[in-house]
Design a protein around this ligand. Structure first.
Ligand SMILES: [Zn+2]
Length: 506
C-alpha cells in the first residue's frame, strides 16, 4: 500500500472494500467529514460504512478494513491522521469512480513528536494562499509544525501594532542584488489569526521566528536605536552574512524585543517560539561601548559569551510568558545557554562535535542538518535518494541524547514564486515526512514506490512537485545544476560574507 508516511504495521486480509459515494461515514464532525468527502468524487454504489470511534488505544490510530471500515483513535488528531491514510488509499485504488481498497488492518504510531517544515518568507514574500497550500500538504503527510521565518536582513513580514515602522519600512526593499525591482509584503494580524486557526484545524502548530541578534537589518532599518551606534541603514538587498546585529549592551534593545515578542506571542498560541541565533558577526559589538560595558559588568570574557548572555535574557522573558524557546545551533556555546532551549541543528562541522556535546548536556534537539534537510539546495547536492539518509544520521546522533524531531527548512533567496517553491519542496518533503513518522528503516526503492501516489494526492491540492527522476539528477545534469546554483552566489557582496563569517565565533 502506497502510504507516506509509512504506517507502523499493515496486515493484509482477503477481499476488497468498495469505497463509493454510498459509503456511510459515521462519527465525524462537519470539518473532518468534509476533509474526507471533498478529496475525490466517487459514484454511488453498494451500501457499506466507515465508522470512526474515539477510544483509548496504544497506537495513534487503527484502521480495520473488512466488510465495513472501523477506525479507532485516541483523540481527534489520531482520527485526522487516519483520514489522511484513508485518502491516500482511496486514491491508490481508485478505478472508474470507485475505490477498491484491499481488506487489511493498519496500526500506526509516530516516531517523533516534532515533524516540521520551515518557510523563509523574508527573502521572498509568499501570500497567505501559498501558506494554506503548504499547510494542506504537510498535514496530509501528518507533519505538525510550520515554522515561519518572519524577520531577516531582507525583510520583516508581520504587522505589529506597537511598531508600525517594522512594516512601513522593514517589509520593503528596493531590489534584489541590484535588479532594481522592489520587493515588499507582510501579513496583517487578521490574516495571521485566520492562518493560525486554519493550521490548528489541521493539527499544525505555527511557530514564529524572529532571528536575533544577527540577520536583523530590517529591524534596525525600521528602528535605528537597535543598532550599537544608532546608524541608519536600509533593508538589505544582497544575501549572505551581514554585519548588522542588534546592540546587546543597551537596555532599550531588551525592552523593545520583549515588546515585539510579547505582541507576536499573543498572535501565535504555539508552545514554541524561535529566536534565531545563527550567523551573528561580532564586528559591531567589538566597537560598542555599551556592549563592552555589559560584558565587564557581567564578567563576560568573549563576544560569544555576550551572545549567550543576550540569548539567555530573551529566553528568561520567553519563560515568563510560557514559551519554549528554539535557537539555531550557533547560539549554543560552551554550555552557557539556558538549559530550556531547544537547539535546532543545521550546521556543525564534519564531526558534529558541538551538537553531540549539546545532546550530552541534555538540550533537546530539533534535527535540520543542512546536508539532508535544506530544500533550497539543488537536487544535484540534495537528491531525493540522499534526503532519506537523514534517518541514519538521526539514529547515530540519538546515541548522544534526546532528539524531539526533524524539520526541513526552505530558504527562499533563489525561490521567487510558488511554482518553484513546490518543485523544491516535493518530493523531498515526502522523504522527510517518512523519516519523521516511520519507525522502520526506510529503503529507498520501497519509498520511491510509495511516493508517486502521494505526489498525485498533492495534485488534488493544486501542488506540483518535481518528478522522481528529476529529483535524482544524473552526473551531467548535476554538474550544470551545481554550477548554476553556486555560481549565482559569487556576487559583489561575497567578500563581505567571508569577512563577516570570520567574526561569528569571537
Ligand atoms: Zn552595542
Amino acid at each position: 500500500m502506497k502510504i507516506i508516511p509509512k504506517p507502523e504495521s499493515i496486515t493484509m486480509l482477503e477481499g476488497d472494500f468498495v469505497f463509493s459515494g454510498s459509503t456511510q461515514i459515521v462519527g465525524l464532525d462537519d470539518f473532518l467529514m468534509n476533509d474526507i468527502n471533498s478529496f475525490i468524487d466517487l459514484k454511488d454504489g453498494d451500501k457499506n460504512s466507515c465508522v470512526f470511534t474515539l477510544s483509548k488505544i496504544e497506537e495513534d490510530y487503527r484502521i480495520e478494513i473488512g466488510e465495513n471500515i472501523y477506525v479507532i483513535a485516541n483523540n481527534r488528531e489520531g482520527i485526522y491522521h487516519a483520514i489522511q491514510t484513508l485518502k491516500l488509499l482511496i486514491l491508490e485504488y481508485y478505478k472508474n469512480e470507485y475505490s477498491y481498497i484491499p481488506c487489511c488492518i493498519i496500526e500506526d504510531n509516530y516516531k517523533y513528536e516534532y515533524r516540521g517544515f520551515m518557510l523563509d518568507v523574508c527573502r521572498h514574500y509568499y501570500p497567505i494562499s501559498t501558506l494554506k497550500k503548504i499547510i494542506n500538504s504537510i498535514s496530509l503527510l501528518k507533519m505538525n509544525k510550520l515554522h515561519l521565518h518572519l524577520s531577516d536582513d531582507q525583510g520583516f513580514r508581520i504587522q505589529l501594532n506597537r511598531f508600525p515602522l517594522l512594516t512601513d519600512i522593514g517589509s520593503k526593499r528596493n531590489g534584489t542584488r541590484g535588479d532594481g525591482i522592489p520587493v515588499s509584503g507582510f501579513y496583517t494580524q487578521a490574516e495571521i489569526i485566520d492562518l493560525v486557526k486554519y493550521a490548528k484545524d489541521r493539527f499544525v502548530e505555527i511557530i514564529p521566528e524572529i532571528d536575533l541578534p544577527g540577520h536583523t537589518s530590517a529591524l534596525i532599518a525600521s528602528y535605528p536605536d537597535l543598532h550599537c551606534k544608532g546608524k541608519e541603514i536600509e533593508v538589505e538587498e544582497y544575501f549572505g552574512i551581514v554585519e548588522n546585529v542588534v546592540c546587546a549592551g543597551k537596555e532599550n534593545t531588551y525592552k523593545m524585543l520583549e515588546d515585539i515578542i510579547g505582541e507576536l506571542a499573543n498572535l501565535f498560541p504555539s508552545k514554541y517560539f524561535h529566536i534565531g541565533g545563527d550567523e551573528a558577526p561580532k564586528t559591531q559589538w567589538m566597537e560598542c561601548e555599551d556592549c563592552k560595558e555589559t560584558m565587564k559588568k557581567n564578567g563576560l570574557k568573549t563576544y560569544m559569551d555576550l551572545q549567550s548572555y543576550f540569548t539567555n535574557r530573551i529566553i528568561t522573558y520567553l519563560k515568563s510568558i510560557n514559551k519554549a524557546p528554539i535557537v539555531w545551533n550557533e547560539a549554543y556555546h560552551d554550555g552557557k545557554l539556558d538549559k530550556v532551549a531547544n537547539i535546532q541543528f543545521w550546521a556543525d562541522g564534519l564531526k558534529c562535535k558541538n551538537i553531540k556535546n549539546a545532546l550530552e548536556e541534555g538540550y533537546p534537539l530539533i534535527y535540520s542538518n543542512n546536508k539532508y534537510c535544506y530544500l533550497d539546495h539543488p537536487y544535484s547536492s540534495l537528491s531525493l535518494k540522499k534526503t532519506i539518509k537523514a534517518q541514519n544520521d538521526m539514529i547515530s546522533l540519538s546515541d548522544y541524547g534526546d532528539i524531539v524531531g526533524i524539520e526541513t527548512p526552505l530558504w527562499t533567496e533563489w525561490i521567487k514564486d510558488e511554482s518553484k517553491l513546490f518543485k523544491m519542496m516535493f518530493p523531498r518533503t515526502l522523504a522527510i515526512a517518512d523519516v519523521a513518522w516511520s519507525k522502520s528503516t526506510i529503503d529507498y526503492k520501497e519509498f520511491r514506490n510509495r511516493a508517486a501516489n502521494s505526489l498525485n494526492a498533492l495534485f488534488i491540492y493544486d501542488i506540483e512537485g518535481s518528478g522522481i527522476r528529476q529529483s535524482n539528477p544524473d552526473c551531467i545534469t548535476s554538474l550544470f545544476e551545481s554550477i548554476f546554483f553556486y555560481g549565482r552566489m559569487i556576487d559583489k557582496k561575497l567578500g563581505r560574507t567571508i569577512k563577516n563569517y570570520k567574526n561569528i565565533r569571537k
